[in-house]
Design a protein around this ligand. Structure first.
Ligand code: SF4
Ligand code: SF4
Length: 105
């Protein structure tokens, strides 16, 4: 899916504003320096997500839609694991007052 009309993520972004997006530090090498930070010697995270009200610094930097990821092709593993309508998606959307997309899972 890469058309905003058939990809709800491009106007959602709830999972990019709900959790700490952390990963093995080496994954950060594929990402711009100003978008990641170290959490521990071995773990890095997307800047903005290690906060009480997380919001990834890459959110909204893409050109495909208002909530498009600015580093979509290089996004780290936690972002690749979330699927539309899965538990994490559902929790994130609930947190932001959005309807579940379980029917799309
Ligand atoms: S996976 Fe779910 S919560 Fe994340 S952007 Fe897409 S629709 Fe929104
Ligand atoms: S890197 Fe992209 S997909 Fe991952 S949390 Fe940030 S904006 Fe969302």
């Amino acid at each position: 899916m890469n058309d905003i009309s058939d990809n709800p993520c491009l106007s959602c972004g709830a999972c990019c504003m709900s959790f700490r997006v952390s990963f093995y530090w080496a994954e950060a090498l594929a990402l711009p320096d100003d978008l990641t930070e170290r959490v521990t010697p071995h773990i890095a995270c997307m800047i903005g997500t290690n906060a009480a009200a997380p919001r990834c610094a890459a959110l909204g930097r893409g050109s495909a839609g208002p909530m498009a990821c600015g580093v979509y092709e290089a996004r780290p593993s936690p972002c690749r694991e979330v699927q539309i309508g899965d538990d994490k998606c559902t929790r994130a959307r609930e947190r932001h007052g959005l309807a579940s997309l379980r029917h799309m899972a």
